[in-house]
Design a protein around this ligand. Structure first.
Ligand code: LIP
Length: 269
């Protein structure tokens, strides 16, 4: 990584962290007043959105446009605006929208930055939990300022593994993953926010996280945090139209990738 790229990452890292926090403040206000939110279905009644998601994404997009107008931006609610700098922001204003609207605390604001398609910044802020995960390429990962360093102590056999699902994936595909995990003496959790569960992998709470299809805005901030904490992740295709398409997601703590890949059984990239 040359000095110019490193300087570009440093400048954006500060904004990403600030916008994840500021977005979290706005989202938390809506969360406390969620009874007044009009809930809309997107793909189907399991895929929901409200003004909370849109307001947070608009806030973050405005700040990026003011400071880095040459950057690309991809957000869950307003899609892709291509840039010219090589940097692309991937924003999930509220990941875990279903949990958010149901009054559960497992949701977060996820802000990632790619450079030439690679995750180089990841910030995930979970306001209800008081947790702020942050990482930048070569600078390590942290939770509330405390360094995250995975040791490989947890495995699918002695810890929980996150499994995500949504209506874009067949019930049989998800059931197969659950069955194979249970057959290998593991157990699973799904809290409705894939981004937050990927952050949990970086924090050593989960042996890994797998989901048959997620979008870049759901997972790439978390991928950066896991990598900088010493974990690993499956590649996520970001070239051309694949950046806005869904793809399988797998993040793993040290030593767990092979076992989790066997359980996930995702096709090669
Ligand atoms: C959610 C993901 C979750 C997935 C849900 C949904 P959203 O994102 O974080 O892992 O299982 O289907 O995609 O829609 O709440 O931002």
């Amino acid at each position: 990584m040359n000095d110019m790229t490193a300087a570009g990452i440093e400048a954006r890292y500060e904004l990403a962290a600030g916008m994840a926090r500021d977005g979290g403040v706005v989202a938390l206000e809506y969360f406390h007043n969620r009874a007044s939110l009009a809930i809309e279905s997107k793909r189907d009644p399991q895929d929901v959105v409200s003004i909370a998601d849109r307001s947070v994404e608009q806030l973050i997009r405005k700040a990026i446009a003011e400071q880095f107008p040459e950057d690309g931006v991809l957000g869950e609610e307003y899609g892709l605006e291509a840039g010219t700098s090589g940097f692309t922001w991937v924003i999930d204003p509220i990941d875990g929208t279903s949990a958010f609207l149901a009054g559960m605390p497992t949701w977060c604001v996820s802000v990632g930055v790619l450079y030439e398609g690679e995750p180089v910044i990841g910030v995930i802020n979970a306001p209800c939990l008081g947790e702020h995960y942050a990482a930048a390429k070569g600078q390590g990962a942290s939770l509330n300022g405390e360094r995250l360093l995975l040791t490989g102590a947890i495995t699918p056999k002695n810890a929980l593994t996150g499994i995500g699902s949504n209506t874009e994936v067949s019930p049989q595909t998800v059931a197969g993953m659950v069955e194979r995990l249970l057959e290998e003496d593991g157990n699973f959790i799904r809290n409705g926010s894939g981004a937050l569960m990927i952050a949990y992998v970086a924090a050593g709470r989960l042996s890994g996280y797998m989901e048959p299809s997620m979008h870049a805005w759901d997972c790439l901030a978390g991928y950066c945090i896991v990598a900088e904490a010493g974990g690993s992740h499956r590649p996520f295709p970001t070239d051309g139209d694949r950046l806005t398409a869904g793809a399988p997601v797998l993040a793993a703590g040290p030593g767990n990738m092979d076992a989790l890949a066997r359980i996930a059984q995702f096709a090669e990239v």
